[in-house]
Design a binder for this molecule. Sequence first.
Ligand code: NDP
Length: 475
Amino acid sequence: MPVHQEKKVAQERKHKIIQNDTKASQGQWGRAWEVDWFSLASILFLLMFAPLIVYYFIMSCDQYQCSLTDPLLDLLTGNKHLSDIWNKTPMLTYRAAAIYSLWVTFQVVLYVFLPDFCHKFLPGYVGGVQEGAVTPAGVINKYEINGLQAWIITHVLWFANASCFHLFSPTIIFDNWIPLLWCANILGYAVSTFAMIKGYFFPTNAKDCKFTGNFFYDYMMGIEFNPRIGKWFDFKLFFNGRPGIVAWTLINLSFAAKQQELYGEVTNSMILVNVLQGIYVLDFFWNEAWYLKTIDICHDHFGWYLGWGDCVWLPYLYTLQGLYLVYHPVQLCTAHAVGILMLGLLGYYIFRMTNHQKDLFRRTNGNCRIWGKKPEYIECSYVSRDGTKHHSKLMTSGFWGWARHFNYTGDLMGSLAYCLTCGFEHILPYFYIVYMSILLTHRCVRDEHRCWSKYGKDWKHYTAAVPYRLMPGIF
Ligand code: NDP
C-alpha cells in the first residue's frame, strides 16, 4: 500500500477509535463515576486499616512468632501497651533506605533503558513493543514488554552474588524486613499522591481521567487511567509487575537462605513455596503481553489501590508463607508434600489453560480448536453511547463451559497449596487464601456486573448456558 494511503487508513482507524471514546460506554470501563455510601465506607476502611493490617502481620511474626492472637491478648489483658509493641519495632534505617532506593532505581533502569531481547531467542515468548487495549478515550498505548528480561537479569545477579561475589548476604531482605516496610510505604504513598496531583494538573491523557468529586475515592481508585512519564514509563505496568512481583521470588529466596542460616537446612515446605510461587511469578512475566488485556490494565485506574497495593500489600502479604517458615520450619512427610505439589500444579494448570483458552478464542475470533473441537459460543452484541452496535462472542466450551471464572478457581487452588505447606499450627499463613477468595469473588461479581450492563440479554443467555461462577454445581 502506498505511504499516503497507509497514512489515510491509519488516520481513519484513529478517528474511528476516538469516536469509540464517545462510543465506549463509560459504564464498561473501570471504576464508578459516582460514589455510593458502601464504596465510600469500604474505601475509608481500607485507607485506614490496610497499612495497619500489614504492620500487624509482620509485627506478629517479629515479636510473637507469627501468632495473630497473642498480641491482641497481651493488649486486652493489659500485659502490654501499644507503646511497648511499637518501641520494639525496628525503625527506618539508612541501610534499608539505601537498599530500597538502589532496588527501585535498578528496576526502573531495567524497565526504561533495556529494550527486550528475550523475544528474539525464546520461541513462543511475546515481548518487545506491544499494544494494549483501547482506552475509554480511544487511545491504544504501546508498552515495552521486558519484564521477563528484568526478572532473569535480577535473579542471575542475585545468584552470582550468593555464589561468587558475596557483596551482601542472601538473607539481606529478611534481615531488613521491617525497615524495608517503612521504605515500601513511603514509596507507595508518594507514588499514589503523585498520581493524584498528576491527574489534576498534568494528566497524560485528560480524556481518560475520572473525577468523582470525592477526594478519598479518587485517591484510592485513581484518576488517571494510564499515567505515564515520557513515552515509556507506564505507572500501571511498572508498579504492578516490578518492583513487587520481581521482588516476590527474591524475598522467598531470602527467607530460604535465612532458614539455612538458622537451622542448617532448607525444609521441603520452604522449597515447595519457592517452587510453586516461582512458577506463578514466571508465568506472569512469560505472559506479560497477555496481562495488558486483563482487568488490572484494561479497567482499573491508577490510585492508592494499585500504587500502595503493589509496593506494600503484595510483597509483604503474598510472601507470608515463606516468612512463617523462617519462624516455624515445617518438614512435611512425603505424602503430604507430594499432595500439596499436585494441588499446586493442578491449580496452576487450570489457571493457565483457562486463560489460554479465552485468549486463543478471542485472538482467532473463534476459529480455533478447544479440546480438539470447534468451540461453541454465544453471539453477543452491545451498543455504545453513540448508538453503534458491536459484536462479540462468549465461549461456552472448554473450561469456560464448566464455570464462568474457572481461571479464578485454578488460582485459588494454587493459593491454597501455598498455605498448606505451613501445616496447621497457626492461622497467619492462611491469610493468603482468605484474601484471594475475597478478592476473586469480589472481582467476579464486579466483572459480571460490567458484562451484564454491556451485553444485556446476551449475558443472560450466557449465564443460563454456564450457570456457575467458580465451581460447577456449587457456586
Ligand atoms: P478474566 O481473564 O476472567 O477476564 C474477564 C473478561 O473476559 C470479561 O470481562 C469479558 O470481557 C471476557 N469474558 C468473560 N467470559 C468470557 C467467555 N466465556 N468467553 C470469552 N470472553 C469472556 O479476568 P481477570 O482479568 O480478572 O483475570 C486474569 C487472571 O489474573 C485470572 O486468572 C486471575 O485469577 C488472575 N488474577 C490474579 C490476581 C492476584 O493477585 N494473584 C489478581 C487478579 C487477577 P469482554 O468485555 O471482552 O467480553
